[in-house]
Design a protein around this ligand. Structure first.
Ligand code: 4AD
Ligand code: MG
Length: 462
C-alpha cells in the first residue's frame, strides 16, 4: 500500500497530478454515467470528491458494493472541479474496495444523528463531521500548548497519576487499591483504604500542582499536561470524572505575573487554532455556535477585565436578584454567577481575584487582610470557570497554620513544607481544564462531546 498524499494536501494541489489516496466513503451518489464518492481520510474537514466513470465499470467492478463507511483505495488524476463546493476532484482510473460496510447494519447513516446517540457508539463517532472537527481542534490545541510553553523556556514535567496527597483538599479522590475487593479491610463497617497501596493510602491525582511546585523550585518555570481525576458527583455538561489539565508553575512570580501569563497563553492558543483549523472553525461557526470566530477574535484583541471577588459579589448583588443560589460575601460562585459576570456584566472573559480563604485550597497565599487569598479564576462566557490558579503560600509558618486550620495532616505534607524551609520563593501557577477550553473554542455544549472517551458519573462505556 502506498499513499501518495493525504486528502488535506490534495485539496490544494493543481490539476494534472496523479495520486493514490486511501479513505472511507462518506457518501456515494450515482448519476447515469458516473458515480460520485465523497472520501475522507480524517486529515481535513473537507472531503475529496472522486469521480468514477461507470462506462468503465468492468475496470472497477466494486462500485456496487461500495457504500457509506466502506474503506477504499483510489488512484487517478486530479482535475479542476466544476462543482461549487470544491476546486479539485479526482478522476479515478483504479478503485479498490478494502473493507465493506453493509448499509443495513452500518450505524452511521447520512442523516444527522443526535450527540446522545453518538455517545453510545464512541468507536464510530470519530467518523462524523462534528467529531472529526473536534478531534483536529483538540490536537491543534495540545500542540499549541506545548509550543507556547516550550518557546518561553518552560520545562515539561511528568507528574504522577497515582498520588498520596489531596492537592485540592476537597476529598474528591478515587482510591487506588492493590487488594482484591473481598480483601479490602473494613473499619467501622466502611472500606478502609489507608493501607491499600502496598501499605499506604493512595489515590488518582486531582492535580499535578504540588509536584509541579517541587520542579518549579529547581527549574523556575515548568508545566504539566496530563490526565486528572475527580470523584465528585457532578452530573453537568462541564464536569468529567477524568479530564486533562494544563498546569504551569512559575518561581519568582506573583499573582500579577500569573494573570499576565494566563491571558497571554489563552490568546496565543486561540490564535493558533483560528489560524491552523480554519475549515473546522468555519463549521463550528456555522452549525454549532453562530459567530464564534468573531467572538474569539475579539477576545484575542481585547484586554481581559480584572475584578476582585468582593467587586464581583457587589456586581452580582446589584445586577440581578433572582439567582437560584443567592450570593453573599463568602459564598462560592456558582456557574450561574460566573455566566452572569461574563455574559452580562463584563461581556467577555474576566479574571476574578482574592477569594475568601474558606472557599479556596490550603496552599493559596494569605492576603494581608487575613480573610482572602491571592487566588485567580479566569471565567468565560457560556462556561464560567476555565482556569483556576493562585500565588502559593511561600511562608513556612503561615502555610503550617493553614494546613492545621483546614484539618489536613501536616505530616503528610513534610516534603511540601521542605520547599518553604529550603530556598523558598514567591511562586504562582494555574490549571486550565483542557476539555473546557475545547468547549470554549468550538461552542460544543456538552463536555462529553469534546473528549474521545468520556468518563462521567455513572458512565465509562468503553
Ligand atoms: O480549579 P481547579 O480545581 O484547580 C486546581 O486543580 C489547581 N491545582 C490548579 C493549579 O493551580 N495548578 O481546576 C482547574 C481547572 C478548572 O478551572 C476547570 O477548568 C478544570 O480544571 N476542571 C474540570 N474540568 C472538567 N471536569 C471537572 N470535573 C473539572 N474540575 C476542574
Ligand atoms: Mg477551581
Amino acid at each position: 500500500m502506498r499513499r501518495t498524499h493525504r486528502i488535506v494536501t490534495i485539496l490544494s494541489m493543481a490539476p494534472g497530478e496523479r495520486v493514490t489516496v486511501y479513505g472511507w466513503v462518506r457518501t456515494k451518489r450515482d448519476s447515469k454515467n458516473v458515480c460520485f464518492l465523497e472520501l475522507s481520510d480524517g486529515s481535513s474537514f473537507r472531503n475529496l470528491q472522486v469521480i468514477v466513470d461507470k462506462a468503465e465499470e468492468e475496470k472497477s467492478p466494486v462500485i456496487d458494493s461500495i457504500t457509506t463507511g466502506a474503506s477504499v483505495e483510489v488512484t487517478g488524476t486530479l482535475a479542476a472541479s466544476p462543482g461549487k463546493n470544491q476546486s479539485i476532484e479526482l478522476q479515478a482510473d483504479s478503485l479498490k474496495l478494502i473493507g465493506e460496510a453493509p448499509a443495513e447494519s452500518y450505524p452511521l447513516q447520512k442523516k444527522r444523528h443526535s450527540f446522545e446517540f453518538l455517545r453510545e457508539i464512541a468507536h464510530l463517532r470519530p467518523r462524523t463531521n462534528t467529531f472529526g472537527a473536534v478531534t483536529r481542534v483538540r490536537n491543534q490545541l495540545s500542540w499549541a500548548v506545548h509550543r507556547f510553553f516550550q518557546e518561553q523556556g518552560f520545562i515539561y514535567v511528568h507528574t504522577p497519576l497515582i498520588s498520596t496527597s489531596d492537592c485540592e483538599g476537597a476529598g474528591e479522590m478515587f482510591q487506588v487499591t492493590t487488594l482484591p475487593l473481598e480483601k479490602v479491610p473494613l473499619k467501622e463497617g466502611k472500606i478502609d483504604y489507608s493501607q491499600d497501596f502496598f501499605g499506604k493510602r493512595a489515590s488518582l491525582t486531582v492535580s499535578g500542582q504540588l509536584e509541579a511546585e517541587i520542579y518549579a523550585s529547581a527549574f523556575s518555570d515548568v508545566y504539566t499536561f496530563g490526565p486528572t481525576f475527580r470523584a465528585e458527583n457532578s452530573n453537568t455538561t462541564r464536569h468529567l470524572a477524568e479530564f486533562w489539565m494544563i498546569e504551569p508553575e512559575m518561581a519568582f512570580c506573583d499573582l500579577a505575573g500569573n494573570m499576565e501569563l494566563a491571558e497571554a497563553f489563552l490568546k496565543n492558543i486561540l490564535s493558533s487554532v483560528l489560524e491552523h483549523c480554519s475549515e473546522d472553525m468555519k463549521f463550528f461557526n456555522q452549525w454549532v455556535e453562530k459567530g464564534i470566530i468573531d467572538s474569539l477574535e475579539k477576545v484575542i484583541d481585547t484586554p481581559f477585565t480584572h475584578m476582585s471577588y468582593t467587586e464581583a459579589v457587589q456586581a452580582l448583588k446589584t445586577g440581578k436578584t433572582n439567582f437560584e443560589f443567592p450570593v453573599e460575601w463568602g459564598s462560592d460562585l456558582q456557574s450561574e454567577h460566573e455566566r452572569f459576570l461574563t455574559e452580562t456584566v463584563c461581556k467577555g472573559p474576566v479574571i476574578v481575584t482574592d477569594y475568601p480563604k474558606e472557599i479556596k485550597a490550603f496552599y493559596m497565599k494569605l492576603n494581608d487582610d487575613g480573610k482572602s487569598v491571592a487566588a485567580m479564576d479566569v471565567l468565560v462566557p457560556r462556561l464560567g470557570e476555565i482556569i483556576g490558579g493562585s500565588e502559593r503560600e511561600s511562608r513556612l509558618s503561615v502555610l503550617e497554620q493553614r494546613i492545621h486550620d483546614t484539618g489536613l495532616n501536616p505530616e503528610e505534607y513534610w516534603w511540601y513544607l521542605d520547599l518553604r524551609r529550603f530556598g523558598t520563593v514567591p511562586h504562582s501557577g494555574f490549571g486550565l481544564g483542557f476539555e473546557r477550553l475545547i468547549q470554549y473554542v468550538t461552542g460544543m455544549q456538552n463536555i462529553r462531546d469534546v473528549i474521545p472517551f468520556p468518563r462521567t458519573v455513572g458512565n465509562a462505556a468503553f
